[in-house]
Design a protein around this ligand. Structure first.
Ligand SMILES: [Zn+2]
Length: 203
């Protein structure tokens, strides 16, 4: 079974490409997740557009391959020909990779110095991101990248005892809600979570 694959779309009319990886099967209907190239479905592929499967493998391998291919495309100077808005997610590049030496890091930092998006390009990306949800891929990558890191609120005292007591009192004083399905009376928070539309006695 294929866990993930790297694909390359070619738009022969505009002479452009889009490279990506996808966790799923070749025929699950997924097309691409470019932010700058209009979406289409497998049943509605635009004229002159075709997909090539570059490789299949584990999602880590495929994420790595995608990142390598985009790096290559970027450094070859044909980046304008790509519908990819980003080479890869900088924070996620190291997922599953061996540690990078100081020397390499210095090189990477120097080579990325020229890689600044123009204002226009950044605005385009930003506009296209408004209201967008993260794709399943990027959620997966973010979750992997965050593993082992410390939660933002760990060990921090967010509320004082006095504030906590005030919050407790406020919620105690809220009028109780009655569930239309089972008749139970409880606080608005509990009601919202366990009753009303979520009540197990709803039918
Ligand atoms: Zn209920």
């Amino acid at each position: 079974m294929t866990e993930a694959f790297v694909y390359k779309w070619t738009d022969s009319i505009n002479n452009k490409f889009y490279v990506g990886f996808h966790k799923g099967t070749l025929d699950d209907g997924y097309t691409h997740s470019s932010y700058v190239w209009p979406r289409f479905s497998m049943n509605n592929i635009p004229e002159g557009v075709s997909r090539e499967i570059i490789a299949t493998g584990s999602w880590q391998e495929m994420a790595q391959l995608e990142s390598d291919m985009l790096d290559k495309a970027y450094s070859s100077g044909n980046w304008d020909q790509y519908y990819n808005a980003m080479r890869s997610y900088p924070n996620f590049i190291n997922v599953g990779r061996p540690p990078v030496s100081k020397e390499t890091k210095k090189k990477m930092s120097e080579s990325s110095k020229g890689a600044v998006f123009s204002k226009e390009h950044r605005r385009k990306i930003s506009d296209s991101l408004i209201g967008k949800k993260h794709s399943e891929e990027s959620k997966l990558l973010m979750s992997e990248a965050k593993k082992g890191s410390i939660a933002w609120n760990k060990g921090k005292k967010i509320w004082s005892e006095e504030q906590k007591e005030r919050i407790r009192q406020t919620s105690l004083n809220l009028p109780k809600k009655t569930c239309e399905h089972c008749g139970k009376q409880c606080s608005p928070g509990n009601h919202k979570r366990h009753h009303g539309d979520n009540c197990k006695y709803k039918y």
